[in-house]
Design a protein around this ligand. Structure first.
Ligand SMILES: [Zn+2]
Length: 252
């Protein structure tokens, strides 16, 4: 949750080192859904992205939602629901309640307020502080096409490259709230996917031009995810590659 202290790496070097050492031993049993998600395709889907103003309005509206939810005695992290639809509904209600609390609160809360991703190059790390890595590329018997970067819900997600937004949806199959950006680095087409983001936090819609390091949304657990994390996928010239390897080789 946003109220949880968020470690922010001051030095990219130290973050990388801890990232590397953790990468070999990280076990995230139960936190990350062990389900296969198909790689994102070249689908052209309806534009339904919200503007920042609309997100703000949604936040205001969710103040009402939140009070209703609370009077119903909904307990965080307790999913009595059994169907995926019910679970999604409860997650949406919780996300709305969380947003409402943030909007309505004037108290100082310990959230990551980064507005620009670290680094200066054409490729950037999508999170400012990488502390834990979950399932890697081609894990789960080859059914996992991304790398899971674990971070608290509400952590800013940055565009890994300059580019044009191809997909921006609140519900993109098992990816939940997701964005796909098509960019070009040194003549190579680089497509990056960011998923399981928090509802109502996308800042860019289809066709938008984005810059590397720009905030595009917040970490969440929408779609087929149990536990907050960023599922990050990378394609180079249309072929899936290890997103973590791509970041280690180019990010900065
Ligand atoms: Zn994943």
């Amino acid at each position: 949750m946003a109220t949880r202290p968020t470690p922010v790496a001051k030095k990219r070097g130290s973050a990388r080192r801890s990232l590397r050492s953790l990468g070999t031993i990280a076990v995230v049993a139960g936190l990350v859904a062990a389900v296969g998600i198909p790689a994102y395709g070249a689908l052209s889907l309806p534009e339904d992205a919200k503007t920042i103003q609309e997100v703000a309005e949604a936040g205001a509206q969710s103040l009402i939602v939140a009070s209703e939810v609370e009077t119903e005695g909904l307990q965080r992290d307790s999913y009595a629901a059994t169907t995926p639809e019910e679970i999604e509904k409860k997650k949406a209600a919780e996300a709305a309640a969380a947003r409402a609390k943030m909007v309505g609160s004037t108290a100082s809360v310990n959230v990551d307020l980064s507005l620009v991703g670290p680094g200066t190059g054409p490729a950037r790390w999508p999170l400012a502080a990488l502390t834990r890595i979950g399932d890697g590329f081609m894990s789960r018997g080859g059914a996992h096409y991304g790398v899971d970067l674990i971070a608290p819900g509400g952590t800013p997600i940055f565009a890994a490259t300059d580019g044009v937004v191809r997909i921006s949806q609140e519900s993109y199959y098992g990816y939940g709230v997701a964005i796909v950006i098509d960019g070009v680095i040194n003549g190579q087409k680089v497509s990056t996917l960011y998923s399981h983001m928090t509802y109502g936090t996308r800042t860019v819609g289809v066709g938008a031009q984005v810059q590397a390091g720009q905030v595009i949304g917040l970490v969440g657990q929408t779609g087929r995810a149990f536990g907050n994390h960023l599922h990050f996928e990378t394609k180079i010239n249309g072929s899936l590659v290890d997103g973590l390897g791509f970041l280690r080789a180019n990010g900065g």
